[in-house]
Design a protein around this ligand. Sequence first.
Ligand code: NAD
Length: 484
Amino acid sequence: MSLPQMKNYVNGEWVESDATTFGDVWNPALGEKIATVPYGTRGDVDRAVQAAKEAYWEWRTTPPLTRARYLFRLKDAFEENFEEIARVLTTEQGKCIDEARGEVRRMIENVEHATGVTTLMCGYTLEDIAKDIDCYGHKQPMGVFAGIVPYNFPGMVAWWFLPYAIVTGNTYLVKPSEQVPMTQTRIFEILDDVGLPEGVVNMVHGSRDVVNAILDHPDIEGVSFVGATPTAKYIYERCGATGKRVQALGGAKNIVAVTPDANLDAAMPSLTTSFFGCSGQRCLSGSILAPVGDVADELLEKFSASAANMKVGSGLDEQTAMGPVVSAAHKERVLGYIEKGIEEGADLIMDGRNFTVPEYPNGFFVGPTIFDNVKPDMAIASEEIFGPVVSVVRCKDLDEVIELVNTRNYANASCLYTGSGATAREFKYRVKPSMVGINIGIAAPMSFFPFGGAGNSMFGDTKGHGQEIFNFFTDTKVVIQRWL
Ligand code: NAD
């Protein structure tokens, strides 16, 4: 039986790619191929950009509230298809169905937030800046923008940008991750029914060639990227070379610290999902657990018990707490890090190698893994593993844990569990990562707050969603006028 093949969405139509090479899409719980994806070409990108360019002028002159009404319709359509989107997402990505539902909810929240365009896109005015002279600045759309997104959130991440881009009057092109192209394809089928004008949004599947064609395209004004740090840096530099606006969000090595006065029992559910949710494949996953002072033994006893209690299996099973990792190749990469941790001399107190789920013998599963007595300079405490592997770095006091946070290569997020307001304030004040959780795990900002890190976790200066995203997608035109 031949597998379904993804198509591009260009100018309001589903079209075949020019591709001569194709990739496989997998169900990671079953270890089975379920679809193929074309590795698109410069020609594919050109046609999509041309469609977006032709749609631009009429779309930008459409009143903002009229543009927002398409988003209201889109929200309703997403709600109607909510469960189905979540199931497609789990099938190709592997995460638990409840996490997939959470992701779809966050995607819809971005659509909802973007409908505030009529206040969030407003400019400002000041009369009499000099004798008889008034000044105003208003935000204008700029043209065609593009989004390039990663595999770990196949639905939501593109929507940190897309609704804001179009509601402000730009037109758009998305390149989904070639590992998980089915979710965005289903989302675009739903979008197609909403009747947005042709060419306002477009989607081209593919890999590096499509990315490079986007980065080099003279008619693309700006790029939003989310993915690994080396790719983010590459995107940032190449966009800079061609003078594009760019926001490039990269990887992470997030630390979760716990002080002795924390309520450990209350912390355990969010602490456990911070590390093992999405099998550790989140830019907001906990990666290092840092007990502060003499809480370490009690914390590790409770945390290990909580990890061991998780049901690992297919994400489509409602009881599952942790699914597989996305691919056989990624499983090998994660196992490689476990070997490395052993070589480096850390104590492997929970071993997720050779982990099998009898009902799913071919799935790409890695069991929950915990290393104790990890030193800050070990690879497992420095590099992004992106799997269910926890490195425990014991710290003597708050200064030491803040030092640990601020000397990682990344600065995406961090979290502290504590019973002390003063300790919490000190921690959030001094740590470098831009997203901080207090007694809540590594929590994701909602659509009306900005999303993004610092240091090597983000290149560019405008973060995803929040209010600032309206600046990324607009140019503030300042008019200074005198009528004599
Ligand atoms: P990735 O960088 O491999 O891929 C992301 C996108 O870039 C994909 O669409 C891919 O096709 C493209 N790409 C990959 N390599 C490329 C290259 N050399 N040249 C041109 N294009 C290339 O990332 P991934 O493995 O899909 O996603 C996981 C990574 O994303 C992790 O590092 C994770 O921390 C990060 N991430 C960050 C955030 C954030 O908000 N900071 C959110 C989600 C994921």
